[in-house]
Design a protein around this ligand. Structure first.
Ligand code: ABU
Length: 485
């Protein structure tokens, strides 16, 4: 059967349309869970010696979509990202159709200017008036670049000569994301040199504990070179006290980074940006737009107060074959990557569509809904909050009125969470708060309404009531994997 690009696009259009419609239909479940073994039986994963031709592309795409978790659905509450974005889809498709790389202006002319425009605007919102930055592969990569910048500031020769054996220390909250450990490993610093600073009951880094930790490390002959605060911790959603940490970094002459991968988007809202008061005092800041701004993965940025820093610390050559145009404004020399996707396009399209005000309105609505959900939990006699609600993270437990021990309560909640997950009715993560598991529910889908939030509450409650019933049992295969707390 003859096949053309046009025919494939026409068929694919129908496949995608059906998928997106179903994903946004409130009554459609997330997915039907399928074990890896069952999936291998269901889908032909073999890589053939002779290809089958391009006629099957739309059918194969449908096979793939049929087995996805519908992360665009209101039922997907598992991660710090959720939802369907039309500008995001258009941006992704257009970027793939044009297939360029962000390394030179010559091959990515408008894309380079779009990226620079967005970076300047994001820097402006942070308060980095002469700042610069880059779209990166995610928050982990952004945090790595921040640590590299901090080390470069301490010792610019480290870029050419490597590290000189001095024990360098990074200070993060005990609630910080593990990407700092990954970065320390990758940079040859060692994960043991990431110092976890105590946090308060609300999950915020304690400035007093930070001050003490820095003094202790200096007393032992180590060199503190970076403090990373978190704006929106991964589990609880807490915002570290930025002004107090900035004071310490200034007094101690230490690079100040803010990991705002999750919480940075509050800078779009005049009402919510106070959560990050003082962020302009940082040297660098990570901000993922694929989280609270609803763009598809990956849309992530590293922003630096000194616009020249990324170029200086990453520029290792390449003029011999690719960066021919000197100061033409190529972004490649600033990046850890050579080939780099045009992730800026989808954010540009979304910003054109909604404006800053439209983003602010959406994000503010999510904060209101989170407070609404928290109130429902507080009013309910069987639910308890495991942490205060500072942003869109809701950490809580169900405690039945039957005199169960803490361990039994913990186990019951993890079982209830899996029971709900396997039903396809809602996917909600669980996490450890102060060494005890709890539900970690994230309300970051722009389609959410009070009615849907009520429906989520009802789903969670029903799953808990069922799972705590004395006769309830998960299927055997699931139970074995569930009960590791
Ligand atoms: N990059 C952190 C993502 C974690 C989460 O979505 O839960």
């Amino acid at each position: 059967m003859p096949n053309t690009v046009e025919e494939t696009l026409d068929t694919l259009n129908g496949v995608l349309k059906d998928y997106i419609q179903a994903t946004r239909d409130p009554s459609v479940p997330l997915n039907e869970y399928c074990s890896p073994q069952a999936m291998r039986e269901k889908v032909d994963l073999d890589l053939p010696e002779q290809g089958m031709g391009e006629e099957h592309l739309s059918a194969l795409a449908k096979t793939y979509l049929d087995q996805t978790v519908r992360t665009g659905s209101w039922r997907y509450l598992n991660q710090l990202w959720s939802g369907f974005s039309l500008p995001g889809l258009v941006g992704e498709m257009t970027a793939a159709a044009s297939n360029t790389s962000m390394f030179t202006y010559e091959v990515a002319p408008l894309a380079t200017l779009i990226e620079k425009t967005l970076i300047q605007r994001l820097c402006g919102l942070v308060g980095f008036e002469r700042g610069g930055g880059l779209f990166v592969t995610g928050g982990s990569n952004a945090n790595l670049l921040a640590l590299m910048a901090a080390r470069f500031r301490l010792d610019p020769m480290s870029m050419k000569q490597g590290i000189d054996g001095r024990p360098l220390r990074i200070f993060v909250s005990e609630q910080a994301h593990y990407s700092f450990h990954k970065a320390a490993n990758l940079m040859g610093l060692g994960v043991a040199n990431v110092i976890a600073v105590a946090s308060d009951a609300a999950g915020r880094m304690s400035p007093e504990a930070l001050q003490r930790a820095i003094a202790d490390e200096r007393a032992q002959g180590a060199t503190p070179f970076c403090v990373a605060a978190t704006a929106g911790t991964t589990v609880i959603g807490a915002y570290d006290p930025i002004e107090a940490i900035a004071d310490i970094c200034e007094a101690e002459d230490i690079w100040f980074h803010i990991d705002a991968a999750w919480g940075g988007s509050v800078l779009m809202s005049d009402k919510l940006r106070t959560l990050m008061a003082g962020c302009e005092r940082a040297d660098s800041l990570t901000w993922d737009q694929h989280k609270m701004m609803g763009l598809p993965l990956i849309c992530s940025t590293i922003l630096m107060k000194d616009a020249t820093m990324l170029g200086r610390m990453n520029n290792v050559g390449g003029e011999d074959y690719i960066f021919h145009d000197g100061d033409a404004g190529d972004l490649g020399p600033m990046s850890l990557q050579c080939g780099r996707r045009v992730d800026a396009l989808k954010l540009w399209l979304a910003w054109k569509s909604y404006g800053r005000a439209g983003f602010a309105e959406r994000i503010e609505k999510l904060f209101d809904l989170s407070q609404y959900f928290a109130e429902r939990l507080k009013e309910h006699p069987r639910f308890e909050l495991a942490a205060p609600v500072a942003s869109l993270n809701l950490c809580f437990r169900y405690r039945p009125d039957t005199g169960l021990s803490d361990e039994e309560v913990d186990q019951g909640n993890v079982v209830a969470r899996k029971h709900l997950a396997r039903s396809g009715r809602a996917l909600i993560n669980y996490a450890q708060v102060r060494n005890r598991p709890c539900w970690r529910l994230i309300l970051t889908n722009f389609d959410l309404t009070e009615e849907l939030v009520d429906a989520i509450f009802d789903e969670v409650e029903a799953a808990c009531v069922q799972a705590f019933h004395p006769t309830f049992q998960l299927p055997e295969a699931e139970a074995a994997a569930t009960l590791t707390l």
